[in-house]
Design a protein around this ligand. Structure first.
Ligand code: PHB
Length: 383
């Protein structure tokens, strides 16, 4: 009898504490304009889909959203993230796409001890020197797809490669990862071409590639810029003569716009369109039904950001102040992702399979697993 009464009291207290916490305020900081606008939309769709599947609640708390368009502009990033932290008092930050903006978010999250889940930006520093108990990533590090591709290109027997990308953390680090494994495999990067983000005047650089005549080209672009790059590469006549390899973002969420110019391109990424697992099939069906759109890697990363948040919040019963317990739960979880189940490293980056994919029609079709359970080296992370 006494035991039943105390159970009742405990249950009432738990309910009260969830009530006292009120709604869970999620600050979505994503691009809604510019070259990465569509990527931001897919991330938000994926995130909301998982929350909706949980009845609109995570960790027992009803989720509400506050949104900021970060315009993928690092110069505005600190002001933008502080609006969410200081003005809106969010419980958790979710963002963003652009690595430069994400590093400003990580700095602000660290200083204010606000939970942050990065649903795309690969900036190596976020789970490297900037790593922290309250910072998590549901996507990848820039190093991961690049490193996996360097190995693939070396094994194909290519020896001299030119790289071309935007001059900022994502492009630099993607090329660096590629170079690390490609040169280990006996290849040489003979030229590293860059242009400022989000510039799309590729012509002079394509002319330089044609004159250099490398065995192959490796590239990182994404969003609207990737659409234009793939079209320009084909229009310059290079597609026929110099094979193009890329981090998978170059052909993800972009294939309808790229059409035949993307056909056959080989890329590496932590997702593909034809994985066919029950989890992936269910996700793709639900996403298509809800949004009348096909999902892409960004949708998956948004969905998994919500899954990771859900795992952490369940362990602390919705109390975001219990950061250590939140982190411990995420660190020992297996996230049942549409990409395939993954674990989260000590530095809070996914340990995941990187797939080799080939564009076939409007799909990035699975070719093979390029790197099994690939963990980012997390250089510089002390925690
Ligand atoms: C990044 O800035 O880290 C970034 C942006 C777009 C992508 C991937 C990475 O598709």
């Amino acid at each position: 009898m006494i035991r039943r009464a105390s159970l009742l009291i405990a249950a009432t207290l738990a309910a009260t504490s969830v009530q006292a916490q009120g709604k869970l305020k999620v600050g979505l900081m994503l691009p809604a304009s510019g070259t990465y606008a569509q990527l931001g939309a897919a991330i938000e769709n994926g995130f909301r889909l998982h929350v909706a599947e949980q009845g609109g609640k995570l960790g027992g708390r009803e989720v509400e959203y506050v949104k900021v368009d970060d315009e993928s502009d690092p110069a505005k990033a600190t002001d933008n993230v502080n609006k969410l932290i200081k003005r809106d008092n969010v419980d958790v930050l979710v963002g963003t796409v652009h690595s430069g903006v994400a590093m400003a978010m990580a700095k602000a999250a660290k200083e204010s001890n606000t939970l942050l889940i990065v649903p795309n930006a690969g900036a190596d520093a976020v789970t490297g020197p900037m790593c922290a108990p309250n910072i998590f990533r549901s996507s990848f590090s820039n190093w991961q797809p690049g490193y996996a591709m360097g190995d693939v290109v070396a094994k194909k027997g290519h020896r001299k490669v030119v790289t071309i990308t935007w001059k900022y953390a994502a492009g630099d680090e993607s090329v660096k990862g590629f170079k690390e494994s490609f040169e280990k495999g006996g290849g040489q990067v003979v030229k590293e071409l860059t242009l400022p983000f989000p510039n799309v005047e590729f012509q002079a650089l394509l002319t330089e590639i044609a004159a250099t005549r490398p065995d192959a080209v490796y590239t990182f672009f994404a969003g609207a810029g990737a659409v234009k790059f793939v079209k320009d590469y084909a229009a310059a006549g290079l597609k026929k003569s110099i094979p193009l390899y890329a981090a998978g973002f170059v052909t993800d969420g972009t294939l309808e716009a790229q059409g035949a110019d993307a056909e056959g391109i080989l890329t590496t990424l932590h997702y593909a369109d034809s994985l066919g697992s029950p989890k992936d099939n269910a996700f793709r069906l639900a996403y298509a039904k809800t949004y009348k759109l096909q999902p892409d890697v960004y949708a998956v990363q948004g969905y998994d950001a919500a899954q990771m948040l859900g795992v952490g919040l369940a362990a602390v019963k919705g109390d975001v102040s219990r950061k250590a317990e939140f982190a411990a739960a995420v660190e020992k979880a297996r996230i049942d992702s549409p990409r395939g189940a993954f674990t989260v490293s000590r530095a809070h980056n996914p340990v995941q399979d990187i797939y080799l994919r080939q564009v076939t029609g409007h799909e990035n079709k699975l070719v093979s697993v390029a790197a099994k359970a690939l963990a980012d080296p997390a250089r510089g992370c002390r925690m």
